[in-house]
Design a protein around this ligand. Structure first.
Ligand code: TYM
Length: 328
């Protein structure tokens, strides 16, 4: 069975973008692949986190993983910091990555362009920790949204370089980007990605938003003056985004939706999108509450960490031997 690995960084509440671009893909794939899914909690530290809030976000994230349908009996689910090998391999890989490569990472360049002054060195090297998260498990595929593709490509480059230097060590993973919903845009600025660190709260739907709050956000999504429901991401990015959200959640094709809403106003269309979103949130939140009441999170994480540690430890030992960190 081919192996897949992915993770989410819970530096805030999980969003509809995380769900459509990543989480529901993980759930879909767990039937046909050996799935490893973790919570990238070390990655959150690249920007300051309030400890109490972080802890709550971690708990919500694991509960949401399960609420979305990740099954601990089929998938390995764990917390990154419970498997210490990630950080150790991360350092080794940062010594096999050039600053020039990190300078080209879009997220770093964006922060630099915004003149952000409090960028941490952890943020700068985080793509090498991500490479470690991946390579330590030898996955065949890494399902991610569009924005993480560049990091998986860097991971491939670092792995190939390492293999060339030290001999075959890492499998070269492939990114797997969903056909629909790889980049869900902000509802208040559809030229920007929907993001948990969005200052404009109105643009982002959180999976734990009250359904009526989410409905309002969809109803006030920015559209355009064209007045026609059609898929034109360049000239009508807001409507295109809403079409993608509807299609991703309802499973209907964009073509089919465009036909249905032809000649109808944006209000009617937005209401249909809001209905899909609200349906999802009601279902997810009921399952989330149920999972919290079962008090199973610690057990699920412990079980996952045991499985992950075995794999990670083996790979780290191999790497250490290859690079000469051990004595004969
Ligand atoms: P993160 O936490 O920003 O995002 C988690 C996943 O959600 C996807 N995603 C989106 N997809 C569609 N539309 C959006 N608006 C949207 N926003 C987020 C992301 O593409 C991603 O797949 N560095 C990673 C976490 C990570 C990781 C890894 C992932 C750490 N180590 C190893 C894979 C493998 C991150 O910050 O993702």
């Amino acid at each position: 069975m081919k192996r897949m690995l992915s993770g989410i960084k819970p530096s805030g509440q999980l969003t509809l973008g995380n769900y459509i671009g990543a989480l529901r893909e993980f759930v879909k794939y767990q039937n046909d692949y050996e799935m490893i899914v973790f919570i990238a909690n070390l990655h959150t530290l690249t920007v300051y986190q309030d400890p109490k809030e972080l802890s709550q976000n971690l708990k919500d994230t694991i509960a949401l993983y399960l609420a979305c349908g990740l099954d601990p009996n089929r998938s390995t689910i764990f917390m990154q910091s419970d498997v210490m090998e990630h950080a150790q391999l991360g350092f080794i890989l940062s010594c096999n990555t050039y600053m020039g490569e990190l300078n080209r990472m879009t997220q770093y360049k964006d922060k630099l362009a915004k003149g952000e002054e409090s960028m941490t060195s952890g943020f700068y090297v985080y793509p090498t920790l991500m490479a470690s998260d991946i390579l330590i498990y030898d996955p065949d595929f890494v399902p991610v949204g569009e924005d993480q593709k560049q990091h998986v490509e860097l991971t491939r480059d670092v792995a190939m370089r390492f293999n060339n230097r030290y001999g075959e060590t890492f499998k070269i993973p492939q990114p797997l980007i969903p056909k629909i919903g790889a980049r869900i845009m902000s509802l208040s600025d559809p030229t920007k990605k929907m993001s948990k660190s969005d200052e404009q709260d109105k643009g982002c739907i959180y999976l734990l938003d009250k359904p009526e709050v989410a409905r309002k956000k969809v109803m006030s999504a920015i559209t355009d003056l064209v007045g026609k429901v059609q898929y034109d991401p360049i000239n009508q990015p807001g409507i295109a985004n809403l079409l993608v959200i509807h299609s991703a959640l309802s499973g209907r094709s964009i073509e089919n939706l465009v036909k249905e809403f032809e000649g109808q106003g944006y209000g009617t269309f937005k209401k249909a999108v809001a209905d899909e979103v609200v349906k999802l949130l009601i279902d997810l939140q009921a399952k989330y509450n149920d999972i919290l009441n079962q008090h199973i999170l610690d057990k699920v994480l412990a079980q996952g960490a045991v499985k992950a540690r075995v794999l990670a430890h083996q790979k780290l030992k191999l790497v250490e031997t290859k690079i000469g960190l051990t004595i004969d």
